[in-house]
Structures are given as structure tokens and as C-alpha cells.
Design a protein around this ligand. Structure first.
Ligand SMILES: *Cc1c(COP(=O)(O)O)cnc(C)c1O
Ligand SMILES: [Zn+2]
Length: 577
């Protein structure tokens, strides 16, 4: 294990979020001495830290603890760490190409020890509880907090009681039990579960976790902001001389309680105050339409959230009907600095989940997928500009428990006994023909391609993306050419069922390819979909009129728009014509 250089002793104080009263830092659950308010902000010696950062950070490993001067930890021996934070900032090239958004980044929080960004919170809060001498604790959760707190409590030797609404998948409950936590399933929604947990804690005289009201919760989430600022600067360069770190135009996250964006915002405010960055980001908070108290309240211009009493979304992780004080905080941030609250349907969310897995290789949980569905929607609405620098928080990994994610036919079975791979005995005269029940026949069946599509596109990456979209969604045989002339030759040779055609190509452009096809009796009926980055003039459009089946602008269509059209053109449903 790498030893992290000891923290430099720092002055930290608490400031009341309501009356501004300042008091000494204290653990574990501070309230304001002046007005009894329970939202206390931790304040640090920013001038001094600016003189130390970013130089001393160079010696430290890339985990969330590298920012310890701006974290409420005072002694190393209480620190409970399992390598949380320091997650990758991935550049989403495929998705970016599909959406026409070239500066799209994914903060991959699945890479935390229990596969969600709750591990930052757990590491910080459980460390602080250990320092405060807490030995038993109660937490209410929609799943991930309980999993994460359970892991870190096991590490810290703290007994944990977890209270979960009954819709949390049983596999997640088992994961919690494995760590030795008590698992209490409450047959009610999350907001009632929280109340039951609080009553139990009170009754038993055990400390109840206060979620976003814990200073540690918000402070831990700042580390996402610090990491993003450093990582964006490393990938895109510093924004100007003397300013070392970088700000995205947008940070997008799916929210329930809202601790993520609250912490992210505080992190950026602190960096701004210290001159480490030159501007503040905009926040986009995404909720499930079936439980969107923040979005509803924002649309009504309410500074305090109206509660949703009966959530109807299947995205349980973010089904919090009573968002609490985070909404008031975030509402103010959006009023003053721009940003948005937006909702997405479950259908949009599950579609985004599949797109992320198939286009970027990221298997994400529905709650994380909601953020991406939000991205798609905000781009379409023109609220987010396609050229903006966008960071989407990929908040958690999918669990194989989400049974309804796949269609019935996702599994293909090959009957292969030990004899399947044996070579035939030498005396066998003629090789036996492969029947469809034999091993090889079965393998052939796996690769049953029904329709042939030609892609004529000079940009290799764009061609690859189209091929990928087709391959993951249907059984097509795909042929590809990268110039107009090659494309025409390929179409003549293979007579595909459909052509996907680019317009701007070096030797022969798409218009000319179409003219040749239309002049050839054998080729003139092959449907053509034009996919272009070119802004078409009226004259261009007139040239294509009646010649092609569909025109798609690059970066402005989603995979399913294309597939729908293709399936319609190829007459899905009478596949075995
Ligand atoms: C908790 C959680 C959220 C919501 O986070 P908040 O910032 O607390 O609203 C989103 N996604 C996943 C995977 C989560 O576990
Ligand atoms: Zn106060």
C-alpha cells in the first residue's frame, strides 16, 4: 500500500448554512449553536491551501484523499479507505460521434470499490464516525448507500442497521447482508422507510445517518469536482496561463437526494475562490419522470420542493419523493448561475442504458442511465450546446439483478458434447455433411445473417460506428467501402438490400454514386439512406428528391432512428421471404 504523505495541519471551521454563524469544527453531527439549523458548511484556510496546491498534489496518488487539505479529516489513523475515488474520466468518442457532441466525457464512478459513487460518501462519513467513536449506526437507503456503508462499516468495525424499501432488488439486499449488516425491509416507499429508520434509531439510542446533512457527505462529493478539474486540464490543457485546472460547461447527474451536485458545486466554488479555475460550471439534475419532485418544483418556480408521495418509476435508486434541503441549495445555484432540472421517462432511461453498453462498453445501472437519457434530451432541446464540454456522472454499475433489462432471447445455446470437436475416424469415406443439429451447424446458426447492407463512407470511424449500430441490433451482413468509386463497385458486385451513403467523399461524391445507381436497371431499386455532415442547399435537396429513402444529418440521429427506418425499408417481420 502506498503511504499517503501526512496531511498538513489546517484550520477548519463550521459555518451555518442559514444564519452564517461560525463555530469550531465538531463531529459527528453538528448543528448551529446560534440557530439550531442542521446544515453546516465546513470552511477551510483557502489562502494557505492555494499556496500549497497544486504543487503538493503531485506527490500524491490519484485517490480522493489527495485533496485532504480540503476534507474534514484531521487524523490519518481514523481513515477508512479502500481505494475509492480517482476514477477515470473517459472520453466518449462513439457516443460523442453519434450525438455530434465531440467534447463529451464520462466520469466513471462505477470504478469505486462497491461500484457506485456512494463509496466516496461512505469512506468519508464512516472515517468521521470512527473518529467520533461511533460503534453502531442506522442508515436508510434505496440500495447503494447501504451497500457502500456496509462495506466500509465492516472495515471500520461499526455495526450497521440498514432500512430498505421493499422494491430494492433482493440481490442488492443479499449484498448488504454479506457484509454483516442487519437488513430491514420496509414494505413502503423510501420516504416512509427513512422515517421508520429514524424512529428505530431514536428508540434504540443509536446514531442515525443524516445523509446530506452530514458534513462528510457533501465534503466527500467535492472530490469529484477536484478530480474532474484536474483530469479535464490534463486532457484538454489548462484554460489560460496561471489557471491550472479546467471547468466543464455542464455537469450532468441523476439525482434523488442531490448530494452529488451539491458537493460538486461546493468543490467548484472552492476552486474558484482559490483561483484554480476561471469559471463555474452549469449543473443539470436529472430525475425519473415517475418521481421528479425537484423537476416539478423547479417548473413551478418553487424555492422549496413539493413532495411526490407515490413514486411510480422503476428506477428505484433515485426514487426519493422528498428531496429535502438539497433542492433549495440547487434551486438557488440554478437561479444564479444557470443550469436545469429535467426529467426522463423509464423508457428513455432503459434505452440509454443499452446505448451506453453497446456504444461505449459501459454496463451501468438504470439510475446512472437516467443521466445519459437527460443528456440526449437536453441536446435535442438545444439547452446543451453540441460543442460544449460535458461531463456526465456515470454514478453506478448495473447489477445482474436487473432481470427485465434483456429480452427473452438474449441467450443462445450450443449443444456441444465431448464428441463435437473430435475428428472423424480415418475410415469414414466421405465427410458427413454438417446438419443443423451438429455442433458446427449450431455455430452457423449463431451467425445467421439475413440482410446485406453496404456502408459507403470515407470517414473510417463513422463507418465503424454505423457498422457497430447495425451489428448490435440486428442480423445484417455488412459490407463497407471508403470512397465513392469503391462503393459503386461494391454495390455492383454484392447487390446489397440497402445502401448507407455519405455525400462528401474524395474521388466520387454521393450524388454521383446515386446517379450511377439510378441509371442501372439492376441497381436502381436498392433503397438508399444518405447520412451526411454537409449542410444541404436547396439545390442539393432537389437533387436527392425522389432518389433516396431517407436523409440523416450526422450527429443528430440516434441509433434507433436509423434502425427503425432500416427495418421499415427491409420489411422486418417477413424476414424469411
Ligand atoms: C445515490 C445515487 C444517485 C443519486 O445521487 P444523489 O446525488 O444523492 O441524488 C444516482 N445514481 C446512483 C447510482 C446512486 O447510487
Ligand atoms: Zn445558524
Amino acid at each position: 500500500m502506498q503511504v499517503i504523505p501526512a496531511a498538513i495541519p489546517m484550520n477548519i471551521e463550521l459555518e451555518c448554512g442559514r444564519c452564517g454563524h461560525r463555530q469550531a469544527f465538531s463531529l459527528p453531527t453538528p448543528v448551529c449553536n446560534a440557530c439550531k439549523h442542521d446544515w453546516m458548511e465546513v470552511r477551510y484556510d483557502y489562502d494557505r491551501i492555494r499556496r500549497l496546491w497544486p504543487d503538493i498534489l503531485r506527490q500524491r496518488p490519484f485517490t480522493m484523499w489527495r485533496y485532504r487539505e480540503l476534507l474534514p479529516v484531521r487524523r490519518d489513523d481514523f481513515q477508512i479507505t479502500m481505494g475509492e475515488g480517482g476514477t477515470a474520466l473517459l472520453r466518449a468518442n462513439n457516443l460523442g460521434m453519434m450525438l455530434g457532441a465531440p467534447n463529451l466525457f464520462i466520469k466513471d464512478e462505477r470504478q469505486n470499490p462497491t461500484n457506485s459513487f456512494k463509496d466516496r460518501q461512505a469512506a468519508m462519513v464512516i472515517s468521521m464516525m470512527k473518529e467520533a467513536g461511533v460503534t453502531e449506526m442506522v442508515v436508510a437507503s434505496t440500495g447503494n448507500v447501504a451497500i457502500s456503508y456496509s462495506a466500509y462499516s465492516a472495515h471500520a468495525g461499526i455495526k450497521l442497521w440498514t432500512f430498505l424499501p421493499s422494491l430494492v432488488p433482493p440481490e442488492k439486499m443479499r449484498e448488504i447482508a454479506i457484509y454483516g449488516s442487519e437488513v430491514v425491509k420496509v414494505t413502503a416507499n423510501y420516504d416512509i422507510t427513512k422515517k421508520v429508520a429514524a424512529e428505530f434509531a431514536e428508540h434504540r439510542g443509536i446514531l442515525a445517518d443524516r445523509g446530506i446533512r452530514n458534513t462528510g457527505t457533501r465534503e466527500s462529493m467535492k472530490t469529484i469536482a477536484f478530480e474532474v478539474a484536474e483530469q479535464l486540464a490534463a486532457q484538454l490543457g489548462p484554460p489560460q496561463p496561471g489557471i491550472p485546472w479546467r471547468t466543464p460547461d455542464w455537469y450532468i447527474q441523476a439525482v434523488s437526494g442531490g448530494m452529488g451536485p451539491v458537493g460538486f458545486w461546493k468543490g467548484y466554488e472552492e476552486m474558484y475562490q482559490m483561483g484554480l479555475i476561471n469559471r463555474l460550471p452549469k449543473l443539470a439534475m436529472i430525475q425519473a419522470a415517475g418521481c421528479a419532485p425537484m423537476v416539478n418544483s423547479f417548473r413551478k418556480n418553487l424555492p422549496v420542493a413539493e413532495v411526490v408521495t407515490e413514486p411510480t418509476t422503476r428506477v428505484i435508486t433515485i426514487a426519493t419523493g422528498a428531496p429535502g434541503p438539497a433542492y433549495e441549495y440547487l434551486y438557488r445555484v440554478v437561479q444564479e448561475h444557470g443550469g436545469i432540472f429535467e426529467s426522463v421517462t423509464d423508457e428513455e432511461t432503459f434505452r440509454a442504458l443499452h446505448i451506453l453498453a453497446k456504444m461505449e462498453g459501459l454496463s451501468i445501472e438504470p439510475a446512472a442511465a437516467a443521466a445519459f437519457a437527460g443528456l440526449f434530451k437536453l441536446l435535442n432541446m438545444g439547452i446543451i450546446n453540441r460543442n460544449d464540454t460535458i461531463v456526465v456522472c456515470c454514478s453506478g454499475h448495473t447489477f445482474p439483478v436487473e432481470k427485465f433489462l434483456l429480452e427473452e432471447d438474449w441467450l443462445k445455446v450450443v449443444p456441444a458434447g465431448p464428441e463435437a470437436l473430435e475428428t472423424p475416424p480415418p475410415e469414414a469415406a466421405a465427410p458427413t455433411p454438417v446438419t443443423s443439429t451438429s455442433f458446427l451447424g449450431a455455430l452457423d446458426q449463431l451467425d445467421k445473417r439475413v440482410r446485406q447492407i453496404a456502408i459507403v463512407e470515407d470517414n473510417i470511424e463513422a463507418a465503424r460506428l454505423l457498422r457497430r449500430i447495425l451489428q448490435t441490433h440486428g442480423e445484417f451482413q455488412i459490407v463497407e467501402a471508403h470512397t465513392g468509386k469503391e462503393g459503386l463497385a461494391l454495390i455492383r458486385e454484392t447487390r446489397p438490400d440497402l445502401v448507407l451513403l455519405d455525400l462528401m467523399m474524395p474521388d466520387m461524391d454521393g450524388f454521383a454514386v446515386i446517379d450511377h445507381l439510378k441509371a442501372d436497371m439492376r441497381l436502381k431499386d436498392i433503397p438508399v439512406i444518405v447520412i451526411t455532415a454537409k449542410e444541404l442547399s436547396l439545390k442539393d435537396r432537389q437533387r436527392l428528391q425522389g432518389q433516396i429513402q431517407m436523409l440523416l444529418q450526422k450527429g443528430s440521429f440516434m441509433d434507433e432512428d436509423l434502425l427503425q427506418e432500416i427495418n421499415a425499408l427491409l420489411g422486418k417481420g417477413n424476414e424469411d421471404k
